[in-house]
Design a protein around this ligand. Structure first.
Ligand SMILES: [Zn+2]
Length: 223
C-alpha cells in the first residue's frame, strides 16, 4: 500500500503518463518495487530515458514517494489527499495549496481573465492565450502538424501566440489605437502572459477600471 501526496499528484501523473509503460497505468504500486537479498527498491521501468529537463521532476517524484519503497503487504493501493485532514479531496485545500505556491499564482492576472463580466468563451480563450495554448500555427507544429508557418497578417514572422496577440505590426496598430499615447509608457512585454501581468490600471476610477479590465480580452478575442 502506498499513499501519494496531494500536492505532488499532478507532477506524478504527468510523469507516469509520459514515461511509465502503458500496461502499468492500471497496475499496482507493487509492480514498481523489486525485492532482492539487499532489500527492496523502486523500479520505475521507464519506457525511455527522461530528458534532462525532466530530471528535477523525477527527483521530486522520488522525494515525494520516498527513497525506500513501502513494505509490500496484501492491502490494496489507495490514494489519499494529504492536504485534507480526512484525506478526501476538496477544491478548497487545492486552492489554498496553490496560493501557497508563489510560482503558480503570484502574478496571475485574475481580474483580467476570471472576470465574470466577460463572456465565458472569451475569458477561457484569454486564459489559454495566457498559457500559450491557443491553436496558432506555432503550437500546431509542436503537436506534429506539418504546416508552413507564417503570420496570417504580416506574412513576415512565424505565427506564435505572442507575435499574433502583441508584436505583429497589425496587432500593434490595434493596441496603439486603444492605449493612451501621451503621458503613458507602454513597454510591450516579450510574452502575452507577462503583458497581462503588467496591465496597469492605477489612477482610473472604479468605472474606468471595469472597462480597462475588458480591453486585453477584447483585443485578444478580436484578433
Ligand atoms: Zn504578423
Amino acid at each position: 500500500m502506498v499513499t501519494l501526496v496531494g500536492g505532488t499528484l499532478l507532477t506524478v501523473f504527468k510523469l507516469l503518463r509520459t514515461y511509465i509503460r502503458l500496461q502499468y497505468t492500471q497496475g499496482s504500486i507493487s509492480e514498481f518495487i523489486t525485492e532482492s537479498e539487499f532489500g527492496h527498491d523502486w523500479s520505475l521501468n521507464l519506457r525511455r530515458d527522461p530528458r534532462t529537463s525532466k530530471l528535477p521532476q523525477l527527483l521530486s517524484l522520488l522525494q515525494s514517494i520516498g527513497a525506500t519503497p513501502p513494505n509490500l503487504d496484501a492491502a490494496e493501493d489507495t490514494i489519499c489527499w494529504s492536504l485534507s485532514k480526512d484525506e478526501h479531496f476538496t477544491v478548497k485545500t487545492t486552492y489554498d495549496h496553490l496560493l501557497g505556491n508563489e510560482e503558480n499564482v503570484e502574478n496571475f492576472p485574475t481580474r483580467l481573465i476570471w472576470n465574470h463580466r466577460i463572456p465565458p468563451k472569451i475569458f477561457f480563450f484569454t486564459w489559454t492565450a495566457y498559457l500559450n495554448k491557443i491553436l496558432v500555427l506555432d503550437n500546431l507544429q509542436k503537436r506534429g502538424h506539418q504546416l508552413a508557418n507564417a503570420c496570417y497578417f504580416c506574412l513576415r514572422n512565424e505565427e506564435c501566440a505572442n507575435h499574433l496577440l502583441l508584436h505583429c505590426p497589425y496587432t500593434r496598430e490595434i493596441w496603439a489605437g486603444i492605449l493612451p499615447q501621451f503621458g503613458w509608457c507602454w513597454p510591450f512585454a516579450r510574452t502575452f502572459a507577462l503583458f497581462l501581468q503588467g496591465w496597469n490600471c492605477k489612477g482610473l476610477t472604479t468605472q474606468g477600471k471595469r472597462i480597462w479590465y475588458f480591453i486585453p480580452a477584447a483585443i485578444a478575442w478580436g484578433v
